[in-house]
Design a protein around this ligand. Structure first.
Ligand code: MG
Length: 347
């Protein structure tokens, strides 16, 4: 039997919904996180995940909540495909480890993390070389720089790395003007990731000529429909990706990926294995490089297993309520706010 929720909302913006807090240890430390906390919200259309990172204030977290509410209240849009190609992510490990990871993944696309603090460029070169070897000629190889390089450095390094055939480079520089300048100087396509999260709208990125491709995550975009809307308005290719979610949040990412009219690139949704566990019995993991479209529900024993200590659960629910009030009450002070509010029908 499903354990009692941490909160059932009787009135206010969340009326009719029930919420369970979970905290799952990370399998590997990522973003300096030891565990991933999420509030799972059950509503008439299913389950939604609210898991903004701790450092985000209410206005940013409101987009994440709009996404969770959309999942709980509105059915996902109709899909146009039911198998979603995904990439394996290669952390800054040694070249042999990187090659083994790619071979064992079954994926045809690999995203290689480069520019790790404390490592020099020779590590990046040997890791990328090993991944190309493991993928073979026909595989797709992209690098993620997390904004670490200046324009000159990025131009030179991408030139070297492209000898192994790059599909694109994700966030090679931190700012939009740098990305735009780099894009004029290199033939390697540029994808924006952190630029979107840090507040530039997808339209700003498109109109400033800073990127060819947008990495979009459903929660920070304010939901599946908002993400599809942004994608259609910018006209750029979109790579739906996860925000380190449980399979409840990943299902929303899969829904977005399955509904985009065009999906030219493998998606960043194969992240379930970064967590040491999941809330569903049959997690959304890839098989031969694809995740099958489905929407698994949390299992009672797993909600119980990952239930955090009482004080942590109370804090998480209090934050949810604070963000919900912000979402409902805040005078629309930014385009994002309006987007989040319009993107979801509140009960
Ligand atoms: Mg990235």
């Amino acid at each position: 039997m499903t354990p009692p929720p941490d909160r059932v909302f009787k009135d206010g913006p969340l009326a009719g919904l029930a919420a369970w807090a979970v905290a799952i240890p990370m399998a590997l430390r990522y973003r300096r996180l030891a565990e991933r906390r999420a509030v799972l919200i059950r509503g008439p259309a299913g389950w939604g995940e609210f898991s903004p990172f701790d450092e985000y204030g209410d206005p940013v977290a409101a987009r994440w909540l709009a996404s969770a509410l959309e999942s709980a209240i509105n059915p996902f849009p109709a899909p146009v495909r039911d198998r979603i190609p995904v990439n394996v992510t290669v952390p800054p490990v040694s070249a042999p480890q990187a090659a083994a990871l790619v071979r064992n993944s079954g994926c045809r696309t690999a995203k290689v993390k480069v520019a790790e603090p404390g490592q020099d460029f020779s590590h990046d070169l040997s890791r990328v070389a090993a991944v190309r070897e493991a993928l073979g000629e026909g595989g797709f190889l992209r690098v993620d720089v997390n904004g670490a390089w200046g324009v000159d450095e990025a131009e030179a390094r991408l030139g070297r790395l492209d000898e192994f055939g790059l599909q694109y480079a994700e966030q090679p520089c931190a700012t939009l003007p740098e990305l735009a300048e780099l894009r004029r100087r290199t033939g390697v396509p540029i994808a924006a990731d952190e630029s979107i999260r840090s507040g530039a709208s997808p339209e700003q990125i498109a109109s400033s000529g800073s990127a060819d491709i947008l990495v979009m995550k459903v929660q920070p975009m304010g939901g599946v429909r908002r993400m599809l809307d942004w994608a259609s308005r910018t006209g750029l290719a979109v790579v739906p990706s996860s925000a380190l979610e449980t399979s409840v949040g990943l299902a929303a990412g899969l829904a977005a990926a399955s509904s985009l009219p065009d999906l030219p690139y493998a998606c960043g949704l194969a992240t379930s294995s970064l967590l040491a566990g999941d809330v569903v019995r049959d997690p959304l993991t890839p098989d031969r490089g694809e995740i099958r479209l489905r929407r698994p529900e949390p299992a009672p024993e797993l909600l119980e297993r990952w239930r955090p200590p009482e004080d942590v659960a109370s804090q998480m629910i209090a934050r949810l309520e604070s963000v919900a009030n912000h979402l409902l009450m805040a005078s629309p002070c930014s385009d994002w706010n309006q987007a989040a509010i319009r993107g979801v029908r509140l009960p």
